[in-house]
Design a protein around this ligand. Structure first.
Ligand code: ZN
Length: 335
């Protein structure tokens, strides 16, 4: 089978490898769709993410769907939950499986991901896909799951104003969740015009962050501010804007991943407003909710997929994804 391995920064190569053999409790999955995530791009253009660094050729990819190729579930279409927690450590026992101390995560560290024709994966993390959800949409369930987890951390109040900073795929999915849940007015800040347009198409107010560079300009856009603000961008400027756009006593949910593993903000802004800050770490047990929302067409995933490439063009797919000219880039290994 073919696999796309990252050997060094910007050096993604296709290799021919044996089809993996499932262990106990695992199935063989023929991968049909893989999304490229901002975190994959961190590996690709920086050789790591946060404190994790590339130390051997790694198969990236953690947003994936496929078809089970062996055993009693053979032929079943599934979404692949990329996170394998140990289930026994303290955070796992307390219900924070996303914070597992011994997490294995697809396409991270020593765990190969999904950018290959076949992978083996524990059965309990292979979620059956209903017919209404396509394979590409099945891959986008992973960022939807992150958006649901971020939403949960926001403690949204019915009808209260919300700000979202960053209109990449997760920000756009979050906007849809806020609308489903009954948020008040939503304002989205995004510097890239095509992403702003995608947010505007959802029916929310949009602005370029450059339009909010002084307090009066920001007030003209968001009034007194938002009860909860979601930052899904990854820069300190975005974090500062998120805090400035939140009203006193509000919550700020930080979901972006900074390039240099550092976030800075003016303490006085957050302190004087007594803001509550929540950090997003991947997602918890949200795949069943993500699948239900997609199957019920309450959230549209299909319109997020702007680019599709076969596996042999994975390197091109990465360089195009890094230019951020579209929204979600999907790689589809040929059947
Ligand atoms: Zn654990």
């Amino acid at each position: 089978m073919r696999a796309a391995r990252l050997h060094a920064v910007g050096d993604l190569r296709l290799s021919d490898e044996p089809v993996p053999v499932p262990g106990p409790g695992e199935s063989l999955v023929r991968v049909t769709a893989i999304g490229i995530c901002g975190s994959d791009l961190h590996w690709w253009d920086q050789g790591g993410i946060g404190d994790a660094a590339l130390d051997h050729p790694l198969v990236l990819g953690h947003e994936a769907a496929g078809v089970i190729g062996d055993g009693p579930r053979r032929g079943q279409r599934v979404a692949i939950d990329p996170a394998i927690p140990d289930g026994t450590c303290r955070p796992c026992r307390e219900g924070y499986r996303n914070l597992c101390l011994h997490m294995r995560f697809a396409g991270h560290g020593t765990q190969d991901g999904a950018m290959r024709e076949f992978m083996t994966w524990p059965d309990e993390f292979l979620h059956p896909l209903p017919d209404e959800v396509s394979d590409a949409d099945g891959a986008v369930l992973e960022p939807l799951g992150v958006a649901i987890h971020a939403f949960d951390l926001g403690h949204m109040r019915l009808g209260a104003p919300v700000v979202v900073v960053g209109a990449g795929p997760i920000g756009l999915l979050l906007v849809q969740l806020l609308q489903v849940a009954g948020a008040g007015p939503v304002t989205v800040f995004e510097p890239l015009p095509h992403r702003r347009a995608a947010a505007a198409a959802l029916g929310v107010a949009v602005a370029d962050p450059a339009e909010a560079d002084d307090p009066a300009a920001l007030r003209a856009l968001v009034g007194e501010g938002a009860a909860v603000t979601f930052e899904i961008a990854g820069s300190s400027e975005a974090v500062q804007l998120a805090m400035a756009a939140t009203w006193a006593g509000g919550r700020v949910v930080l979901g972006g991943i900074p390039d240099d593993d550092t976030t800075t903000f003016r303490a006085a802004v957050a302190r004087r407003k007594g803001l509550t800050i929540a950090m997003v770490r991947r997602m918890n047990e949200v795949y069943p909710r993500a699948i239900a929302l997609a199957a019920g067409q309450e959230v549209d995933l299909t319109s997020l997929v702007t680019d599709r490439y076969p596996l042999e063009d994975a390197a091109t797919a990465f360089s195009n994804a890094a230019r951020r000219t579209g929204l979600k880039v999907i790689i589809e290994p040929a059947p």
